[in-house]
Write a new protein. Structure first.
Length: 503
């Protein structure tokens, strides 16, 4: 049995030659040649192996055949660790009896499973490999180019895997960081098997629950106001790992989503994860100037989201707003043109072509590994709850400064506060489970109402601009709607400001 420890990166096909040249030029790199690998992945019609969190394949290369089963593992900060068992075979189909009996669940009926095994999908690719010495460690770097195929469907496969052969797992990050210094890559969450099951229609569509409150593992009998290194460390890890994992999953969901309004909602959620990462690093004193610059660059590429969200809503869930207008057809046509001009479909690929994108993801993985290894010690002057109190108080004071109770807020004022309000709500999401539910939810409710109001104001603003561009006068009609909304929002805001803080 081998314990496979690897870091997986994805890249666009256009960067294949650049990666090969980069890997050839690395110090301590020994090319291992190129070979074609054919892989059949097997399971039963009921996906029994997948239910056991196992992956079974038969790989062919250089006239040799090998069956491999991978059992349940874990992913920590982008580093995959999963036990695997390899057996040389002669047949094209696997023989489960050749694997150790200890790996199977209790009372597993292997005879029945063996009888029902069939090939679900194939991954066939060319692999170039290098063995690279990094200090006292040796890493195998494998560049895979090919395709996944199932039921007549095909999906491109472009992956770069760093597998630890000997030494310390930090060598994976050190080597990957060298590669991403000049070539765009991104963290790869989905394995070949996961992608194959999806392509074969043997996996449920990607879903992700709303990010409400993060499950901080806090002992109930501990005084959280007192300094305690472990609680602060675990909290920091949970926040970073959760946001980073969701970021990767949301990428895949955006790539698959076809509905425009749903796609923009996913973009919004991905940006929320990126902002949560930035704020968490800042709150724990882990954000240096270089990281902040990378965050700023990536977040600047996401500024299209507000316009896209307003346009998609007017073309979708809010299109009834225009139903009684004589100019409806002209407005809808222009709104569609404006949405198309944003190039939403190409935005993800554009991000993936920026070196800073993958650099930022790997930098966060490196921080997570260093925290876990005890190489980064967080300040322990404060207890966990005091730390959370301070983070929420700072966010609260920023909101009060931006929209004081005595200020008459205009639509423009609210729109300018959108980012600040979004970030404040995220602080509450990060630490919310540390507080009593009733008072916490009562405090947050009117602020959530304001967020919805701001999104509607953005629709009105977009409609105003579109009507003007067509020479259509909707000023009085839109002004009435906007003033009614502002009146309701003002009531929510005053209610929100008067609430007693729960921290």
């Amino acid at each position: 049995m081998n314990a496979e420890i690897e870091l997986k990166l994805f890249f666009l096909p256009k960067f294949q030659e650049s990666l090969i040249n980069k890997l050839d030029s690395l110090d301590g790199a020994t090319p291992q040649g190129k070979r074609r690998l054919t892989n059949g992945y097997f399971d039963t019609p009921t996906l029994q192996l997948r239910q056991w969190d196992m992956g079974l394949r038969v790989r062919g290369f250089d006239g040799h055949k090998e069956q491999t089963i991978k059992t349940a593992g874990q992913v920590v900060g982008g580093i995959h660790s999963r036990p695997e068992y390899n057996v040389t075979i002669q047949a094209d189909s696997p023989d489960l009896s050749l694997f150790p009996t200890s790996i199977w669940p209790l009372n597993a009926d292997l005879t029945a499973v063996q009888a029902e095994l069939g090939c679900v999908f194939h991954t066939d690719f060319y692999r170039r490999a290098w063995h690279v010495t990094v200090g006292d460690s040796v890493v195998e770097v494998a560049l895979d180019i090919g395709e996944i195929s199932a039921n007549g469907q095909h999906e491109a496969l472009c992956e770069l895997e760093f597998e630890l052969l000997s030494g310390d797992a930090s060598a994976l990050l050190a080597l990957a960081t060298q590669v991403v210094s000049t070539i765009p890559v991104r963290l790869g969450k989905a394995s070949k098997a996961q992608r194959g099951y999806r392509l074969a229609g043997q996996s449920t569509p990607l879903t992700l629950s709303a990010l409400e409150f993060l499950p901080l593992p806090v002992p109930v009998d501990l005084n959280l106001h007192q300094p305690h290194q472990q609680d602060l460390t675990v909290t920091c890890q949970v926040l970073l790992e959760t946001a980073l994992e969701r970021w990767q999953l949301l990428e895949a969901m955006i790539a698959e989503e076809q509905d425009n309004e749903a796609k923009i909602a996913l973009w919004w959620r991905m940006r929320t994860c990126i902002r949560l990462l930035r704020m968490t690093l800042s709150q724990f004193g882990l954000a240096n100037a270089g990281l902040i610059q990378q965050f700023s660059l990536i977040e600047s590429q996401l500024e299209f989201i507000e316009d896209a969200q307003a346009l998609a809503a007017l073309l979708g869930s809010q299109k009834g707003l225009l139903s009684r207008l004589d100019s409806r057809q002209a407005l809808m046509q222009r709104l569609q043109q404006q949405f198309d001009a944003l190039g939403v479909a190409a935005r993800l690929t554009s991000l993936w072509q920026q070196v800073e994108y993958g650099q930022l993801q790997l930098a966060i993985v490196a921080i997570l590994l260093d925290i876990g290894a005890g190489k980064i010690a967080l300040a322990v002057e404060l207890g966990l709850l005091t730390h959370a109190d301070n983070a929420q108080e700072a966010s609260w004071q920023a909101i009060l400064a931006a929209m004081p109770a005595e200020k008459a807020m205009t639509a423009e004022d609210y729109l300018l506060c959108a980012v600040l309000l979004d970030e404040s709500i995220q602080v509450g999401q990060a630490y919310g489970l540390l507080y009593e539910t009733k008072s916490r939810d009562a405090f947050r409710a009117p602020w959530h109402d304001l967020v919805l109001g701001i999104r509607t104001l953005a629709c009105y603003q977009q409609l105003t601009l579109t009507a003007k561009s067509l020479g259509i006068d909707l000023a009085d009609w839109l002004e009435d709607k906007q003033q009614s909304l502002l009146f309701a929002m003002e009531a929510s805001r005053q209610n929100a400001i008067q609430q007693i803080t729960y921290w």
